[in-house]
Design a protein around this ligand. Structure first.
Ligand SMILES: [Zn+2]
Length: 243
């Protein structure tokens, strides 16, 4: 009776160890994923930043174009004044006609430049609105991304704490398992994707699906001994032992 209980107890210990190790693997995985998660979030934000920068560059270009046109307009107006003064000083009809022509050309230039400025101003409104829209979207995205970065860091902190606690629990738990079983468990777990135990279902190992010898299954069911799968070498257990 006493040895039966100790087999059950040992298997129970191994099951708990497996459960804890699975948790540890998950936590470690979460922590390892954090840096790339953060990069992904930053990249997401960068896309919005690029859109905003392009829109801001358009605003700057539009303002520069407007400024240059205003300067050109001012120069043309100065020229017009000069030509009008010149017109009063000319001596010959030929000179008079020549200056009149210059005045006409300058007036045309002024008219064209004024139209141009008006068009630039109308466009500038749209460009500015668009830039403001991108700016709003960027700030919104930035808030969202910063929130998600904070959340990811918080959950990483939680995972870190839980990991430390679980490591301490593991130190206690391994004392409930015999050194031979522990070393077998750790070797197999390492070699087989972190799983050192496999359930028995319908007479088969759920770790590798091999059909188990009925006698082995019977012995494990009766808790006569701790048994391992002959193919994958995982410790075998029945679900019922979990309770
Ligand atoms: Zn197996």
């Amino acid at each position: 009776m006493e040895s039966e209980l100790s087999v059950r107890e040992e298997l129970q210990g191994l099951e708990e160890l497996q459960e804890l190790d699975t948790k540890l693997q998950k936590l470690t995985g979460e922590l390892e994923a954090l840096p790339s998660q953060l990069v992904e979030l930053e990249t997401d934000l960068d896309a919005n930043k690029v859109l905003l920068q392009k829109a801001q560059a358009l605003v700057e270009k539009s303002q520069k174009d407007q400024r240059e046109s205003e300067e050109a307009l001012a120069t043309l107006r100065e020229q017009l004044v000069k030509y009008k003064v010149q017109l009063m000083e000319v001596k010959t009809n030929k000179e008079y006609q020549a200056v009149l022509k210059e005045i006409s050309l300058t007036e045309q230039g002024i008219s064209t430049t004024e139209d141009n400025i008006l068009e630039l101003m109308l466009d500038a409104d749209d460009i500015l609105q668009e830039s403001k829209q991108f700016e709003m979207e960027f700030h919104e995205k930035n808030r969202e991304v910063q929130g998600r970065i904070q959340a990811a860091q918080n959950s990483a902190d939680d995972a870190e704490k839980l990991l430390e606690k679980s490591k301490e629990s593991r130190l206690e738990l391994v004392t409930t398992v015999s050194p031979e079983s522990l070393s077998h468990y750790e070797r197999i777990s390492k070699a087989r994707g972190g799983l050192g135990l496999a359930k028995i279902m319908d007479g088969s190992c759920q770790g590798c699906n091999v059909r188990l010898r009925p006698q082995l299954v019977a012995e494990i069911r009766a808790a006569i001994r701790i048994g391992v799968c002959e193919k994958c070498q995982r410790f075998l257990y029945f679900e019922t032992l979990e309770t």
